[in-house]
Write a protein that binds this ligand. Structure first.
Ligand SMILES: [Zn+2]
Length: 378
């Protein structure tokens, strides 16, 4: 037996990789979390918005959104919106982007190579939205369920040739134009060199809990919860994303100069990570949590009347399709055909003044340039 099997296994190992086996998953989300119904009072208004909130569901294509929609009984705050478009995501080096190249396109308006964080093809820094708008006195913040040095949040404050350079990315934070960050995590920060931690703490009031009394008095605030508090929902994260989103909005609104406004990027990072692992139930829970953060942003946009909210993605992950479902029971089944990203265009939803500028089919870099134009030409 043994003598027969070893050569067969060796032959199999030498064969080219076959297409990935399709992985099925399902969820019943009981009870549904409901959705926020927008007023639409400022939606499509022609005056330029004071504030812009960009929400990136990492790895969130139409099937990821639709899975959340069916699991939630056929509703999401996201799908209550009316201005829709599609976004192409290719990077300058690859037909299928990674989160660093796409994050950089979203953050700077310029395409670059996979793995690049805030630098161009020659590895020169590209000014990001927070840097460009700070010249006009407009402040910025980032919120993510990823590590702060994750490719998407890092693209909004760092300039490094490779997304894996976590130490260098953290070292870029004190010189950034951010006024607020909330992301993972306390343990990651504590693993950074003392010099970097001192420089970050000289620039930001860093807290591990939002009820820390120092948070209220901070000029620039960093919130780094524990690894579990910023980890997967299925591993115990609770309301970190929606609570941090609302906290970021309130902080930035209170600290913005009169008539200047703010820019905020919010990332639902773990939709992508769960899709890479082909964990359907975990992915749907992350999608539903991202929708709670979207509800916070849309609710604020209605209260404020002068805020544009854009919700999109950096790329699709997992070649997910919807196999079956019963929305009335909150039941949905999906199948993954890949464990990496795909080049399928991702949706963009827009709400508030100038939402109408974001319909149609556009590149991720074009959208970032449009955001900059709205801030810099008003
Ligand atoms: Zn990914």
């Amino acid at each position: 037996m043994k003598r027969f099997f070893i050569p067969v296994l060796a032959l199999l190992a030498a064969l080219p990789l076959q297409a990935q086996e399709i992985v099925k998953g399902s969820i019943e989300n009981v009870p549904p979390q409901g959705s926020y119904q927008p007023t639409f009072k400022s939606d499509g208004a022609k005056k330029k918005p004071l504030n812009i909130i960009l929400m990136i569901g990492d790895g969130t294509g139409l099937a990821q959104i639709t899975s959340g929609y069916y699991a939630n009984g056929g509703e999401l705050t996201l799908t209550n919106l009316r201005h829709l478009g599609l976004v192409t995501t290719q990077s300058s080096s690859d037909f299928t982007t990674d989160s660093a190249a796409s994050g950089t396109a979203w953050a700077t308006g310029q395409k670059t190579y996979n793995y690049a964080v805030g630098v161009d093809e020659e590895k020169h820094p590209i000014p990001n939205i927070p840097e460009r708008i700070s010249e006009k006195g407009i402040i910025s913040g980032v919120v993510s369920t990823d590590l702060l040095d994750g490719a998407t949040p890092a693209s909004f404050f760092a300039h490094q040739p490779n997304r894996g350079m976590a130490r260098e990315i953290w070292a870029d934070l004190p010189g950034s134009r951010l006024s607020f960050f909330a992301a993972g995590d306390k343990e990651r920060f504590e693993s950074m060199p003392q010099e970097t931690r001192d420089a970050v703490q000289a620039r930001f009031t860093v807290v591990n809990r939002l009820d820390d009394p120092r948070a209220a008095a901070a000029d620039r605030l960093g919130y780094l919860p524990t690894k579990v508090e910023a980890g997967y929902i299925v591993d115990g994260r609770t309301d970190f994303l929606p609570v941090s989103t609302r906290c970021a909005i309130d902080f930035l609104k209170n600290h913005a100069a009169r008539k200047k406004g703010f820019f905020l990027m919010v990332e639902g990072a773990r939709i992508d990570k769960a899709a890479h692992a082909n964990q359907f139930e975990s992915m749907v829970k992350e999608m539903l949590d991202f929708d709670k953060a979207i509800a916070e942003a849309i609710r604020f946009a209605d209260e404020d009347g002068n805020t544009l909210v854009l919700i999109s993605s950096d790329h699709e992950t997992g070649a997910l399709s919807i196999a079956d479902g019963a929305p009335e029971k909150g039941n949905v089944s999906g199948t993954f055909a890949a464990t990496w990203h795909t080049a399928i265009p991702v949706p963009i939803f827009a709400y508030g003044p100038h939402a109408q500028d974001f319909i149609g089919v556009q590149g991720n870099d074009q959208i970032a340039r449009r955001i900059l134009e709205l801030f810099l030409t008003r």
